[in-house]
Design a protein around this ligand. Structure first.
Ligand SMILES: [Zn+2]
Length: 257
């Protein structure tokens, strides 16, 4: 057994017995991990009250590889996201991000880029004048890239020709194969997902942007909804472990399957 220290975002916390908590964390060094904090609900526990979803903490824990539940001995804030608790739209998107990480990532599968994406996205959501929906779109796109199923936007999956965005108002996108089809090639195929021609260059540019810059991008509301639905469906079909997100229901009455 060793004593370890790592940064962590709390994904989930449930009460356990009289005074303890069991938490699911996404950590910088160990990936997703479950841990018990004994006595965390005791009013005298200094660290127990910090073990709430969305909190970005530095934790100290006793680690034993063979054990499914690690023991947390202390925690402190790395950064406190103040606005996330007072703004419903921001809170919902933040909860959606931790829900996605919780469902998609496996235990002890370390991925520092995803950890950084998560804390950067939460930090941006906490800032004024950023679009929560843009943060969601950017996050989903980058999760897909980090998990190894990056979508392509530029050329036709079948013939390789560049997609003519001026000519084609709607573009057929094959979610399973992660790419669009040109007008000619799309004729012989059952339509999978239709995207506006203008959605493709926006998605392509979001791939290169940081969460902070993406969150301030001006996108028309209708197009933003379309991008959000596309990213969610894309992530859902590729990861296989996402169903509906409770936290996202505020954003859309029905997101297509
Ligand atoms: Zn083609």
């Amino acid at each position: 057994m060793s004593i370890e220290k790592t940064e962590a975002v709390v994904l989930r916390a449930v009460n356990y017995r009289d005074s303890s908590k069991i938490v699911t964390l996404y950590t910088r060094r160990y990936g997703k991990m479950s841990a018990i904090a004994k006595g965390a609900r005791n009013p005298k526990s200094k660290f127990g009250s910090l073990l709430q979803p969305l909190n970005y903490l530095q934790i100290v824990f006793y680690r034993r590889e063979s054990r499914q539940l690690q023991y947390i001995s202390s925690s402190e804030f790395v950064r406190y996201f103040k606005s996330l608790t007072s703004d419903m739209d921001r809170l919902s998107v933040a909860m959606a991000l931790v829900e996605i990480v919780n469902r998609v990532m496996h235990d002890e599968e370390e991925n520092e880029k995803i950890f950084q994406l998560l804390v950067d996205s939460l930090a941006v959501l906490d800032m004024p004048e950023t679009s929560p929906e843009n943060v969601f779109i950017h996050f989903g796109l980058h999760m897909a890239i980090e998990l190894g199923f990056a979508p392509a936007f530029r050329s036709c999956l079948r013939c390789g020709n560049r997609i003519d965005l001026e000519k084609e108002r709607r573009v057929c996108y094959v979610i399973e194969k992660g790419g669009p089809l040109c007008e000619k090639c799309a004729v012989s195929i059952n339509i999978d997902f239709l995207l506006s021609g203008s959605a493709l260059p926006i998605l392509e540019s979001l791939v290169r942007l940081s969460p902070a810059v993406a969150a301030k991008a001006k996108i028309e509301p209708a197009l933003r909804n379309e991008l959000r639905d596309f990213v969610f469906v894309y992530l859902k079909r590729h990861s296989g472990s996402l169903k509906e997100l409770k936290s996202l229901q505020f954003m859309a009455a029905s997101i297509p399957g």
